[in-house]
Design a protein around this ligand. Structure first.
Ligand code: UDP
Ligand code: MN
Length: 298
């Protein structure tokens, strides 16, 4: 039988259009306009960089599961962390206020990487998943520099990105792209374990969040974003400023991009890299008033 391609490969002109006018990609996504409760929309995967047999598989597995929320679930906020004390200080008061207002049963777990190796956000988050699993029904993976202004921390039935509007005093306000899946993500524990968590292999900056989205989509979970979600995005400290990709990217960025595309070409099996292969050494545990911090060697 002659099957229609699920995701037609765009021609070169369309690629340019999608690159500079991302909202056009929405038209290519069959679930682009699907919405629940007038506020939550599926994260789109209509991104021309992802056209491959694997992305077609992802599309095939996308079923419009509606989003709902349940109450009385136990939340662990997992914050990957290194050298951002000032950000953590600024984050905790508004975060704990929001959680209390919403009546959430929560704990906050800061997972700090010891100095030495390049930062590994995905692996730190895996450590948080593993460490807190006995007391959690769902997690919120939370960047330390994302300060909630309007945020819904309830327990979602499908993975949910909480951040959409980025407000900032230093940069102009902006809207996250519809295929972005990072910043603050709430996800059920069973969904995290079903996809084997994050990859442990993204060192330095970038792309581990894309891989986590692909893992969830490949497992048939429909990921959402909250169109009302608004956060302040604090500027990174000078020493941790990410160099914007120029003509020649730093080696770790090229490595991370290449790894992500190997996944999209079906050359990496998430079952072989993630929570099941996680190794780390617990160096210290500290209990503070509203949060716990663990320091780990990766
Ligand atoms: N992070 C950290 N120390 C670092 C790099 C990253 O604590 O040296 C954590 C922190 O939670 C931060 C998140 O990883 O919010 C994302 O990193 P970053 O802010 O550099 O990325 P951006 O979102 O600014 O591109
Ligand atoms: Mn940042």
């Amino acid at each position: 039988m002659n099957q229609q391609p699920l995701f037609p490969t765009p021609d070169p002109l369309q690629r340019v259009l999608y690159r500079f006018w991302p909202s056009q990609r929405l038209n290519m996504d069959p679930l682009g306009g699907f919405n629940t409760l007038d506020r939550f929309f599926p994260v789109t995967i209509a991104n021309w960089k992802m056209i491959s047999p694997v992305s077609c598989l992802m599309l095939a597995r996308r079923v419009p599961h509606p989003l709902s929320f349940r109450s009385d679930a136990r939340l662990t906020i997992v914050i990957p962390f290194r050298d951002r004390e000032a950000h953590l200080k600024e984050l905790l008061p508004p975060l704990t206020l929001k959680l209390a207002e919403q009546g959430i049963r929560y704990r906050i777990l800061v997972v700090e990487q010891e100095s030495g190796r390049p930062f590994n956000r995905g692996k730190l988050i895996n450590v948080g998943f593993h460490y807190a699993q006995a007391d959690s029904d769902y997690y919120c993976i939370h960047d330390v520099d994302a300060i909630p202004v309007e945020a819904d921390y309830r327990c979602p039935s499908q993975p949910l990105r909480l951040v959409t509007r980025l407000l900032s005093t230093n940069r102009p306000a902006s809207i996250c792209p519809t295929h972005y899946f990072s910043g603050a993500i709430s996800v059920l524990k069973e969904q995290v374990f079903a996809v084997n968590g994050f990859s442990n292999e993204y060192w330095g900056w970038g792309k581990e969040d894309d891989e986590f989205l692909f893992r969830l989509q490949l497992a048939g979970f429909l990921c959402y974003f909250d169109s009302h979600g608004a956060y302040h995005d604090l500027p990174n400290p000078k020493a941790q400023q990410v160099e914007r990709p120029g003509l020649r990217q730093p080696a770790h960025m090229r490595h991370n991009r290449a790894r992500r595309s190997r996944l999209m070409r079906g050359l990496i099996d998430p079952a072989e890299d993630g929570l099941t292969t996680l190794h780390y050494e617990l160096l210290a545990r500290e209990h503070h008033g509203s949060y716990e911090k663990i320091r780990v060697k990766l």
